[in-house]
Design a protein around this ligand. Structure first.
Ligand code: NDP
Length: 331
């Protein structure tokens, strides 16, 4: 049984040396705990922030301790009356092959709605992030234009599809032609633009003849500068993420204040945890849309626990379409 520890606080793009695989004895559950076998691990950009020793909305990861993230696992041994061996559960768990978790911190997944992996993406944290940021802050109205950056990733691909359900025109921004093709031909986005092309600004403008009413921002930096210059009056900007700065020492904030002032736009940051009291409603809507075929989800699944650091690093290199996951073991 192995765990992955944070060995160093990364500088810039994390490297494999920042992670250490540690061999340990099999843990055993105490009263109200269960021993689980990890099936899938979620790797998420926000975890990069926790690798820094700074004050944030969530505590930094300690050095030389297991990293913790979203996971789906199978109960092997239970000392909780809520679970029995064989149950498939989700929650926050160690990056480990086996771990012990408190019964009240995990929940069973309903595999009749979707495959277990969906609970780490479209029916889990990233789906809810898309749902609440877009609907509560973005407030998209039928006929408006919604732009989403990081569009082919877990949050972005859900945002664009929810915006389509709400009757808006949707333009995605992503970093490869394969992703552009996926957004238009698989997810039904109206347009998608590759930000890595020299012609990005012109292409973006051409895709937005009616300007931008909602800009769902996952990336920040120059991509956001380009979109903010095209805002309509009273535009709304849910500020969800800023992945372009996560490996930099300084944040790259929105630098286009005049455009925000001129258009009386609203820009609001949030974390999905703000909406914890409404998770049940959000999850129910997402599950319903999924079952009705109105939402699709894509995953990039990296095989093998040994490749967890690579999967995490890959997020910052655009290696994923849809949710990036690691398959640790077969159910
Ligand atoms: P994604 O699945 O979108 O994966 C990350 C993607 O970001 C990559 O595939 C890559 O796609 C893109 N990317 C990487 N580096 C850059 C860069 N320098 N500039 C522009 N794009 C880049 O991850 P998630 O969907 O999990 O997360 C998306 C964003 O949402 C992140 O910023 C994350 O921190 C944030 N988030 C916020 C939450 C909240 O509560 N506020 C909760 C969950 C996520 P490409 O090929 O297009 O470059």
């Amino acid at each position: 049984q192995r765990e992955i520890h944070l060995a160093n606080r990364p500088e810039g793009l994390p490297s494999k040396e920042d992670f250490e695989f540690v061999e340990l004895d099999m843990p055993s559950p105490e009263e109200n705990q269960v021993l689980v076998r990890t099936l899938y691990l979620s790797v998420d950009p926000y975890m990069r922030g926790r690798m820094r020793d700074t004050k944030s909305y969530i505590a930094p990861f300690p050095l030389n301790k297991a990293l913790i993230g979203g996971a789906v696992a199978e109960v092997v041994e239970s000392r909780s009356e809520l679970f029995k061996p064989g149950d498939v559960v989700t929650g926050y768990m160690k990056w480990a092959e086996y771990s012990v978790v408190k019964g009240e911190k995990i929940r069973k997944v309903d595999t009749s709605i979707a495959a277990v992996t969906a609970y780490l993406g479209i029916l889990g944290m990233t789906g809810l992030t898309a749902y609440f940021g877009l609907l509560d802050i973005g407030k998209p109205q039928a006929g408006e234009t919604v732009v989403v950056s990081g569009a082919a990733g877990a949050v972005g691909s859900a945002v664009g599809q929810i915006a389509k359900i709400k009757g808006t025109k949707v333009v995605g921004i992503a970093g490869s032609d394969e992703k552009i093709d996926f957004l238009i031909n698989e997810l039904g986005f109206d347009h998608a633009v590759n930000y890595k092309k020299d012609s990005f600004q012109d292409n973006l403008k051409a895709a937005l003849p009616d300007g931008v009413d909602v800009y769902f921002d996952n990336v920040g930096g120059e991509v956001s500068d380009a979109v903010i210059n095209l805002l309509n009056k009273n535009a709304r900007i849910p500020l969800c993420g800023a992945i372009s700065s996560y490996n930099k020492e300084e944040d790259i904030g929105p630098r286009i204040q005049p455009a925000l002032i001129k258009t009386s736009s609203l820009i609001q940051g949030y974390t999905v945890g703000n909406y914890a009291a409404e998770f049940e409603k959000g999850s129910a809507d997402m599950a319903k849309w999924l079952q009705e075929g109105k939402l699709k989800f894509e995953e990039t699944i990296v095989e093998g626990f040994d490749n967890t650091p690579d999967a995490f690093i890959g997020l910052f290199e655009g290696a994923n379409i849809g949710k990036m996951l690691v398959k640790v073991a077969d159910p």
